[in-house]
Design a protein around this ligand. Sequence first.
Ligand SMILES: [Mg+2]
Length: 246
Amino acid sequence: MTSARLQAITFDLDDTLWDNHGVMERTETGHYAWLDAALADWLERRGEAPAVRFAERFPLGAYQARRLELARRHPLRRGDFSWLRERALAALLEAYGLPRSAACQWAAQAMQRFMALRHEVSPHPEVEPMLEALGKRYRLASITNGNVDIRRLALHRHFPVAIAAGEMFAPKPDPRPFLAALARLDTVPSRALHVGDSWLEDALPARRLGMQVAWIAAADSGLPTGIHRLAHVRELPTLIEWLERR
Ligand SMILES: [Mg+2]
């Protein structure tokens, strides 16, 4: 077992630093409902309102199906959820009868609404002071497959390096976002710890690279060496102390 001191800690965001479940539900339904209402209003004022409203013709399920289909046709974009959403919205709006330019504009506006809702996240209360303390001793990075732009969050100040893995066309479990983060933090996997909630996208790929792993999960079952399960991110400082004392 290596006793090289830790230099860096990389963090997944969604469901690691905050509970994302309610956020995604509100965001998903919220921006679509906003688009339906704003579009109906706009068409009404122009005297062009069709008999059937947009979300009646294309319910949320149709939008989701269109995104899956786009992801299948563009495998490199499969992690770029914002791109998939905007393209799917524009296609549905065109199919609804809007000229292409109007369809693209409405899709872009709906995505602005989506992003505003998407950033209404509440980090666990322990996270801010924990990052503040860790940032003094370690180099910190965030690595997310999601489309949260950490620059829009107050937590941003703790992360000199922020990797949007979906946008670099190499979503986790691809090793490249991890390697990019470590290179930019000027360290190597054996001197870094990754913290995340997904077994497949966080724990496994980070461990394969030789990083220590703090896996945030509800159940424990015979973990391989180097993967440490935490029930909550608030337990991280204790794990780090333990890793440092070995
Ligand atoms: Mg996560």
